[in-house]
Design a protein around this ligand. Structure first.
Ligand code: SAM
Length: 325
């Protein structure tokens, strides 16, 4: 029996945040000065094994590790191996800023990593440094090249578009898809960082505007067929090797097709990215039969998944850094 919520949506995708720590400090992800450490009780490899056994038995077959920055977590390879070895799990991916990929790629691939989503919001080194509050773009570009060399297809790039900060970069980012099989997805900026409301409203750029700019430069985009539960609608610039996608979570919410549940690194199941509701499931990991208890916890979380979330600016109990995108 597939895991289905109260609105008939089948939940197939599990996103697991493995740490609240990040070595980058992207301004859209969290306010400055957040404390970043793995507190006691952070999800362990054994916890993940149990959760995946429960989730896969309920038909959840795609796992994405996120954070924080998942590659700062020493045990990430063991977590990937746990996912790859769980019967029923078909897709094991990581969302990363890429900075540690060259250093860790051998152990991660040996563990069973199949593909990566890289965050890259600008090609201009100065704009990149502004967005990340000081990071060096070279490591990320190198990581993307390495993923292509290793043929970890599809290699996806996520770019959050922020007006007045990196919206001038969207044409250059889209151009990455021309010569290489890169899939560049433009994400609408969501108010998940507790930014001042007026500043957020001023900086929000609708995906349609991003698309208009890209078409102004490259001509009409050709639609590429996509699964309805995928967050991005995909397009291709004429003759390009890769694609461009638009994740218009704010202007065109896709809640009716949402297939995701999230586990935070402090063991809360978050049924909806855009709703503060969280279920503390730490008890289930220490139950006598953790897999059975987690199965129950997943069923309960699915039953509580709201029909839709709100993207209106509001102060969130947890910012994106702690949720995991
Ligand atoms: N550290 C990893 C990384 O950089 O990809 C994983 C964590 S990050 C929270 C996951 C994704 O969330 C990234 O693709 C990032 O662009 C996206 N994200 C973070 N804050 C966002 C926001 N306010 N609006 C939209 N997407 C956001």
């Amino acid at each position: 029996m597939p895991l289905t919520d109260s609105y008939g949506r089948v939940l197939k995708d599990l996103r697991i945040s493995v740490t609240p720590r990040c070595n980058y400090h992207c301004l859209y992800c969290h306010p400055l000065g957040m404390q970043m450490s793995d507190p006691p009780g952070t999800v362990s490899v054994t916890d993940i094994k149990h959760l995946l056994s429960a989730a896969a038995a309920l038909g959840m077959d795609a796992v994405r590790f996120t954070g924080g920055e998942p590659l700062v977590r020493r045990e990430l390879a063991d977590m990937i191996a746990a996912a790859a070895e769980t019967p029923g799990v078909k897709d094991v991916a990581v969302t990363t800023n890429g900075s540690l990929f060259r250093k860790r790629h051998k152990e991660l691939l040996a563990a069973g990593l199949q593909r990566l989503n890289f965050s890259l919001d600008a090609l201009d080194p100065q704009i990149f440094a502004t967005l990340t509050r000081g990071a060096d773009i070279k490591q990320v570009l190198d990581a993307i090249e390495l993923a292509l060399e290793l043929e970890l297809h599809p290699v996806k790039i996520n770019a959050v578009v922020i007006g007045g900060v990196n919206d001038s970069e969207v044409v250059a980012l889209a151009a990455l898809s021309l010569e290489k099989p890169l899939h560049v997805r433009f994400i609408e900026y969501m108010h998940l960082n507790n930014a001042p409301f007026e500043e957020y409203r001023r900086q929000f750029v609708p995906g349609e505007e991003t698309r208009r700019r890209i078409e102004e430069r490259f001509g009409p985009l050709q639609e590429v067929a996509t699964s309805p539960s995928a967050p991005a609608r995909l397009w291709r610039i004429a003759a390009a090797k890769g694609t461009v996608g638009f994740i218009n979570s704010v202007s065109q919410p896709f809640c009716s097709n949402c297939s995701r549940l999230r586990l935070t690194s402090d063991k809360k199941i978050r049924p909806c990215l855009l709703t503060d509701l969280e279920l503390d499931v730490s008890w289930a990991f220490t139950a006598a039969d953790p897999v059975g208890a987690l199965r129950q916890a997943l069923l309960t979380a699915a039953g509580k998944k709201p029909e839709k979330g709100s993207t209106l600016p509001t102060i969130r109990q947890r910012v994106m850094l702690g949720i995991g995108g």
